[in-house]
Design a protein around this ligand. Structure first.
Ligand code: UDP
Length: 329
């Protein structure tokens, strides 16, 4: 039976991926150092606690298991922190990934799926953003992910390592079965923060600016349900393992539909009203580094891999996240 290594499988996206893979009959080994992940979230896989910097551990892991592929979700991902402490980002996101890739090459494991990000594009020159859009990241986080994209091209040329980078737009929502959800500390993402305000774990939600050149003045983002995001990874790995795709590929991954901060707030209000909850909204200033509009053009992955989002509706995304939030109040 196919065995997959999921690095960072105790985190938000990784844990949903582990569940999806194990539900489809894969044996999943999770490697996670639990700095931001949770032991319990990795329960659908076989958890090994450790760090990618530990080459000896990686060697042991790859000797013990015959992996048909590796998915890599473990990264530091706070844009502001990356500006303050770039070394952490280049060490964690680039250097540690190199360790992993080198061990994969030594053990002839040739299939790799990588979490990349819309942040590799920097300030958009046009939207929706397709794969041809220039990649000029404006912070060390985006730069660290772009470096790995480049490394993967060179590892394909030198070592025949096949890879797919998926550039996420706004990953959101939660396991439709309610077992897993989003839990960051600190939490910086819009939807979980609004839901905390609705559940009274926070007093209010602050809108970061109403003076953007958008219809209602608030920023527009492309929110993609975590299950749809994971199904794209599963398709990408299948395509590599079956040999349908080869090379160092990259796809943009979003719903292709933008929603403004105000539209998200309105949708949350509708969802939580069913539980008699309301929301307090405060006005704030722009957050540094936020482009007005970020929307993905995801036609390429639909065409190439047959990916189809199942949970594109914003209220559905929010309902799943709300079910999880209520369970954790
Ligand atoms: N945002 C906001 N208030 C918050 C958190 C986020 O208005 O408390 C806005 C933020 O400025 C951005 C959008 O919500 O326009 C999505 O932000 P998030 O941090 O969720 O994701 P990002 O797009 O930065 O990856």
């Amino acid at each position: 039976m196919s065995k997959i290594l999921v690095v960072g499988g105790a985190g938000y996206i990784g844990s949903h991926m582990v569940k999806q893979l194990s539900k489809s009959g894969r044996i999943v080994v999770v490697l996670d150092n639990l700095t931001t992940g949770f032991r319990d979230a990795a329960r659908n896989g076989q958890l090994v606690i450790g760090d990618l910097a530990d080459t000896a551990l990686l060697e042991r892991l790859f000797k013990e298991h015959e992996f048909s592929g590796v998915m890599h979700f473990a990264a530091a991902s706070l844009v502001g922190e990356s500006v303050q402490d770039p070394g952490k980002y280049y060490r964690n996101n680039v250097s540690n990934t190199l360790n992993l890739l080198d061990v994969m090459v030594r053990h002839c494991v040739k299939h790799f799926i990588f979490s990349s990000t819309a942040a590799t594009f920097g300030e958009p020159e046009y939207v929706p953003i397709d794969e041809q859009h220039p990649q000029r990241p404006i912070n060390p986080y985006g730069a660290s992910k772009l470096m790995v994209e480049r490394i993967l091209q060179d590892y394909h040329a030198a070592h025949g390592l096949n890879s797919v980078c998926l550039r996420y737009f706004n990953a959101s929502g939660a396991d439709p079965e309610g077992e897993l959800g989003e839990c960051h500390d600190p939490e910086t993402h819009l939807i979980p923060l609004i839901l905390r305000a609705a559940s009274e774990r926070r007093e209010y939600i602050t809108v970061f600016g109403r003076d953007y050149p958008t219809e209602d003045g608030t920023c527009v983002r492309d929110y993609i349900h975590i299950e749809d995001l994971c199904s794209a990874h599963a398709l990408a790995l299948d395509a590599l393992v079956k040999g349908d795709k080869q090379g160092a590929l990259a796809y943009n991954l979003g719903n292709g539909q933008g929603y403004s901060v105000q539209q998200v707030i309105n949708a949350v209000e509708r969802v939580v009203a069913k539980d008699g909850r309301t929301l307090k909204v405060e006005e704030g200033r722009r957050r540094a580094g936020d482009p007005a509009i970020l929307v993905a053009d995801s036609r390429l992955i639909r065409y190439d891999l047959g990916w189809e989002p199942q949970y594109g509706d914003l209220e559905c995304i929010i309902s799943h996240a709300w079910a999880w939030e209520k369970g954790n109040e």
